[in-house]
Design a protein around this ligand. Structure first.
Ligand code: DGL
Length: 270
């Protein structure tokens, strides 16, 4: 029921670390009156090099942490988790769960003109072929070229996004996709929008698809469908939970969100 106390519960968002903040930023823009509880699993980042079983287990544990904070919906702001754990989360938990792969795939299909789409992502997301399936479900004629970029997440988590080394690594990773003449490139990891400027320098012509905006829109649609939109008139409050090193998270997140992170807590798995 609109206006019920359920509406004023927070939206839960999780990622392995900082990457999901790119999604949080857009949710704050689209849904300014919503409270958000963000969990960054900094003790176990990166996810993209882990096995399916580990990623599924981590994703379930993260969802339990968020549910303990009484969230009304869970946004899986991690492609690696979306690729492997989405169906398990849907089955196991009685709360709307929103992923990042479908919105990104839809955005890329709408953007491509030459029907050649590149996907850069973690090794886990690439191996899952989740983007290939999602794109072909919309248009089977599209050619999809994937490139795993396992060095990006550690570079970003280390706060080195604007260092020269990032551009050198990016140029190497994008070589095969440039050769394949993709006109659209999906940033298939929520960390990668943090190095958008570097990727633009490496290839100025390709359209970069950052699914964060589309995910925020999907969150709004789901909350509206379920009558869960907040009726509060005050600005939403974000709370940040991490499983390790809150000070490092706070420092890098501040740079990215452009404001001081006040509510940050280290939590244990439940
Ligand atoms: N940001 C996550 C993703 O979208 C996880 C990256 C990682 O931890 O390897 O895949």
């Amino acid at each position: 029921m609109p206006g019920s106390s359920k509406c004023n519960k927070p939206i839960g968002v999780f990622d392995s670390g900082l990457g999901g903040l790119t999604v949080v930023k857009q949710i704050i823009k689209y849904l300014p009156h919503e409270d958000i509880v963000y969990f960054g699993d900094t003790a176990r980042v990166p996810y993209g090099t882990k096995s399916r079983a580990s990623i599924v287990r981590f994703s379930c544990e993260n969802t339990k942490i968020l549910l303990k904070h009484k969230v009304k919906a869970v946004v899986v702001a991690c492609n690696s988790s979306s690729a492997y754990a989405l169906h398990v989360l849907h089955k196991k938990f009685d709360v709307p769960v929103i992923d990042v792969i479908e919105p990104g795939a839809g955005g890329a299909v709408a953007a491509t003109e030459n029907k050649r789409i590149g996907v850069i992502a973690t090794s886990a997301t690439v191996a899952s072929q989740a983007y290939i399936r999602a794109i072909h479900a919309i248009d089977p004629q599209i050619k999809v070229y994937q490139q795993a970029c396992p060095l990006f997440v550690p570079i970003i988590e280390h706060g080195w996004s604007s260092k020269g080394v990032t551009q050198t690594v990016a140029a190497e990773y994008l070589k095969s996709l440039n050769k394949a003449k993709v006109d659209t490139l999906i940033l298939g990891c929520t960390h990668y929008p943090l190095i958008k400027n570097v990727l633009r320098k490496v290839n100025r012509n390709v359209k970069l698809i950052d699914s964060a905006q589309m995910v925020a829109k999907a969150v709004k649609d789901v909350l509206m469908q379920k009558d869960l939109i907040s009726v509060s008139k005050r600005k939403g409050r974000p709370t940040f939970l991490v499983s390790d090193h809150p000070q490092d998270f706070k420092r890098i997140a501040r740079g990215f969100l452009g404001e001081e992170i006040k509510n940050i807590k280290e939590v244990n798995y439940v």
